[in-house]
Write a new protein. Structure first.
Length: 167
């Protein structure tokens, strides 16, 4: 896909020498550029994305025209960054990177712990078990964590293939 002039202008803005390494890490231009690509794609059908495109033009012009980057410009930029992120997540249903891996890992671990406790309770009820509760919970929690991680990564791959990833 060929980049538009608007996206190229955003990319050139952050390649300027006035940005120090620390400022580049703070501004996160790679993520902002990817979200701008999403806005550009959705702006044909979404009024809010068109407004964000205009706001992005304003902040990019400010970043290009100032000699020294001020805190107020940074705060405006971060505010726009957050608004765009929330809009893309909730209205266009884009997902953060590793979203499902994180959620499924947590759910898998909790499920594994509950299952491990139930197994220990059932088998320990009548006789003494060779494993104590801590060992059973640790093993079951770890197995649940692994299973959740595997399923979460598969779901994250589907999100990437469907191009529904935020950045």
């Amino acid at each position: 896909m060929e980049k538009s002039e608007w996206l190229t202008n955003i990319e050139k803005t952050f390649q300027n020498e006035k940005f120090t390494g620390f400022q580049l890490r703070s501004y996160r231009p790679d993520r902002f550029l990817k979200m701008s690509e999403r806005i550009y794609d959705f702006q044909k059908n979404c009024e809010t994305c068109r407004l964000f495109q205009k706001e992005t033009d304003d902040i990019i012009n400010q970043l290009q025209n100032v000699e020294i980057l001020s805190e107020s410009v940074f705060q405006i930029y971060i505010s726009l960054f957050r608004k765009i992120t929330e809009h893309l997540r909730f209205h266009h249903h884009l997902k953060l990177p590793h979203y499902y891996s994180s959620v499924f890992t947590l759910v898998g671990m909790i499920t594994g712990l509950i299952t491990g406790f139930l197994i220990w309770y059932i088998f320990n009820k009548n006789s003494s078990s060779i494993f104590d509760i801590k060992t059973v919970l640790m093993i079951a929690g770890f197995i649940g964590l692994l299973i959740g991680r595997i399923f979460g990564r598969q779901k994250d791959r589907k999100v990437i293939n469907l191009k529904k990833r935020l950045f």
